[in-house]
Design a protein. Structure first.
Length: 318
């Protein structure tokens, strides 16, 4: 009876420890990377209980304990390396204002002139803006025509798009309008993003407009690419663009493949990783001299955590 009771307690302790480790590993990815310390502590507890259970009389119980001990160590070791791998490069993030910023938590992807000018006047230097083509061939600043009744398959004309108040209070912005704002803020740079299937077409229109407006688009715009094909196609058609950032959330390349494809490309200066994947890539990032950017993180304490561990840029709705 005493043996059964002891075995039951061990099973409960093991099961509870495994549940807690899995819970905090998931929360680390999905909620806050700073929970890495809590996950590490839970893994230590699981390892200790597993070692204790290795001395059980039952062979099956010993096997389970050994497997769980291995699981605890496999998850604990990278967490500890990441947690203590602080750098002295920078202690505060360089923000990239994501999709032109936001009005409230539920009003993101604004891509409008008023908030853009506010951020630039505050001294922000990097803003990501989304671009789409209207049905009559003009470039406008929008992600998927959010905040309007239109969509990628049901595109508005330029006049129809410009007639809408984005987020209920902001005037929609065309690329011509953006070019005029950039003339007033020579320190500002735009990170280009587009969900168009043919980014060559939209960049062609933008380059033509920029030339007419006297805007040096080639030095003021960072081209965000999503694949090796994007890079080679854009570079072949527009050799004057000075800088590219590779964003991995579409292709989901393993880090070794990213290094093989891009690490020798001097004009690809930055790898952009979604925050949910950062922990998976963090150890591999030690192998590259490229800048690392994380998106999208709106908690300043999390942004600081990333930057203390070698991240250069943090995308934020701000």
């Amino acid at each position: 009876m005493q043996m059964n009771k002891s075995a039951l307690i061990k099973k409960i302790l093991l099961s509870a420890s495994v549940f807690i480790v899995i819970l905090f590993e998931l929360l680390k990815y999905l909620y806050s990377v700073r929970l890495i310390s809590v996950a590490s502590f839970a893994e230590v507890v699981l390892a200790v209980i597993s070692v204790f259970c290795l001395f059980s009389a039952k062979r099956s119980f010993k096997t389970a304990a050994a497997l769980l001990l291995a699981f605890a160590l496999i998850t604990f070791i990278p967490n500890m390396i990441i947690g203590f791998n602080k750098t002295e490069a920078q202690s505060s993030p360089q923000y990239v204002i994501h999709a032109g910023g936001r009005e409230r938590a539920d009003k993101t992807y604004l891509n409008c002139g008023e908030p853009l000018e506010k951020y630039l006047a505050e001294g922000q230097k990097l803003v990501e803006i989304d671009f789409m083509l209207t049905s009559d061939g003009y470039v406008v600043c929008t992600h998927w025509f959010e905040h309007t009744p239109y969509s990628k398959k049901n595109r508005p004309t330029l006049a129809e798009f410009m007639s809408y108040e984005i987020g209920g209070s902001y005037k929609a912005m065309s690329f011509e309008g953006l070019a005029e704002i950039l003339q007033k803020y020579p320190q500002a740079r735009i990170v280009f993003d587009s969900k168009e299937d043919d980014i060559i077409k939209i960049l062609s229109v933008m380059c033509s407009v920029a030339e007419n407006k006297g805007l040096d688009i080639y030095s003021r715009f960072v081209i965000q690419i999503y694949s090796a094909d994007d890079y080679y196609n854009v570079k072949a058609r527009f050799p004057k663009f000075a800088e590219y950032w590779f964003t991995n959330y579409k292709a989901s390349y393993p880090f070794a493949k990213m290094l093989r494809l891009f690490d020798d490309k001097e004009d690809i200066t930055t790898y952009v990783i979604c925050k949910e994947s950062w922990c998976c890539y963090a150890l591999c990032m030690l192998k590259t001299d490229k800048n690392i950017a994380v998106h999208t993180e709106n908690l300043s304490v999390n942004s600081k955590f990333y930057c203390e561990r070698g991240v250069t840029y943090v995308y934020a709705d701000y």
